[in-house]
Ligand binder design. Structure first.
Ligand SMILES: NC(=O)C1=CN([C@@H]2O[C@H](COP(=O)(O)OP(=O)(O)OC[C@H]3O[C@@H](n4cnc5c(N)ncnc54)[C@H](O)[C@@H]3O)[C@@H](O)[C@H]2O)C=CC1
Ligand SMILES: [Mg+2]
Length: 338
């Protein structure tokens, strides 16, 4: 894998970010400092893991509520003072105003929505209607809330675990085990034969949507090994010349770290042997088909007879970036396109 991206990221990590990171680390380590920060922080709300959005004109915004506003609202709903204990630290502004996320799943959804003039929206929809910066924040905030919700007990002793104030870990006081939030590594590979690329669909995908091959890394496996295994398992092809492109946190079905790569099929193998337990369709796409597909979305892909032309994941998904990079590569080497 290339070190290009990692090197770029470290160059771009400014002194400002370094100071912010140091401040956040302090809040994670120091419970009383974090408790104090909660009183001057802002809160993003969720209800059973759906983020709160407010539509302003044509835009969807994610309102940040001050601690005072939160108190006023929750008192109205007769929630106890304990609410603040459930919040988790998700970042801070350049001016060091800390941001927290809080799930109000125990309260009546419609009443909060009416009071705050907005709605709790399924994350799958929310991510695609808010600005890019907000979608990253919503995805990571939801991932942290989801992790806390599903790690309330120690898996060794069965005893309740306690979160620290920031929510960066949970501890079982009976066993002394500390649990940290985790993501599952997933490889996503755009396989090319030099002039075409291979995309597939699973039965659960929205109709007409094709994407690059993907799969969870097994325990003990390197990214390169996982990529080769997944391609072999899903389409029966061998790949080589693996090239790292980018990575992304992906919240579905729960916290994945997507590691995106390009790869070439080995030799002249072109015959796909699809694993029909995992995939519904897998095929090679020409550059022209890809360029056309990139112009379509779920709505415009639908034809009059009800069938769907191929379309690809939206720009928020790292699969989109892989497909775009492949198009750029093809068009910058016109001799390879037949
Ligand atoms: N952001 C993006 O551009 C894209 C993201 N993805 C994400 O990648 C993820 C994995 O892709 P798939 O091809 O479905 O994986 P996959 O090919 O490994 O198949 C999924 C199966 O793997 C098993 N599995 C093994 N470890 C697992 C774990 N830690 N969590 C859940 N299941 C596990 C389960 O039996 C599951 O049904 C999906 O959750 C999907 O949302 C997939 C394509 C594009
Ligand atoms: Mg797969």
């Amino acid at each position: 894998l290339s070190h290009r991206s990692a090197a770029c990221c470290s160059r771009m990590f400014s002194w400002m970010e370094a100071i912010t990171t140091a401040y956040l680390n302090k809040l994670k380590e120091d419970d009383s400092l974090c408790r104090q920060a909660q009183t001057s922080g802002t809160f993003y709300l969720f209800h059973n893991l759906s983020p709160f959005l407010r539509k302003v004109g044509k835009k969807y915004l994610i309102p940040q509520l001050s601690a005072a506003e939160m108190k006023r609202i929750l008192e109205k709903f007769k929630e106890t003072e304990q609410w603040i204990e459930k919040s988790v630290l998700i970042g801070c502004s350049d001016e060091h105003v800390p941001h927290f996320a809080l799930d109000l799943g125990a309260s009546e959804k419609s009443v909060i929505e009416a009071e705050l003039k907005g709605s709790f929206t399924d994350l799958r929809k929310a991510l695609f209607v808010v600005d890019e910066k907000d979608s990253t924040l919503l995805a990571s905030a939801q991932a942290l809330l989801r992790w806390h919700d599903s790690h309330q007990y120690c898996s060794k002793t069965g005893q309740p675990t306690q979160k620290n104030i920031a929510g960066s870990k949970r501890v079982c006081h009976a066993s002394g085990i500390t649990y940290y939030p985790q993501a599952s590594p997933v490889v996503i590979i755009l396989v090319s034969d030099g002039s075409r690329c291979l995309l597939a669909r699973q039965p659960s995908f929205p109709e007409g949507m094709f994407t690059a091959l993907s799969g969870f890394c097994d325990l003990g496996e390197a990214v390169e090994e996982a990529a080769r295994r997944e391609v072999a398992e899903e389409v029966g092809l061998e790949v080589e010349s693996l090239r790292y492109s980018a990575s992304q946190h992906w919240p579905f079905p729960s916290s994945c770290l997507m590691i995106a790569c390009h790869a070439l099929v080995r030799g002249q193998q072109l015959k796909i042997s699809m694993n029909s337990l995992e995939l519904e369709e897998a095929r090679w796409f020409s550059l022209e088909e890809i360029v056309d597909g990139l112009k379509r979305g779920p709505k415009s892909a639908k034809q009059d007879n009800g069938s769907f032309l191929p379309w690809f994941p939206p720009k928020q998904a790292v699969a989109h970036q892989l497909i775009n990079e492949w198009v750029k590569q093809q068009t910058s080497q016109p001799t390879q396109v037949q």
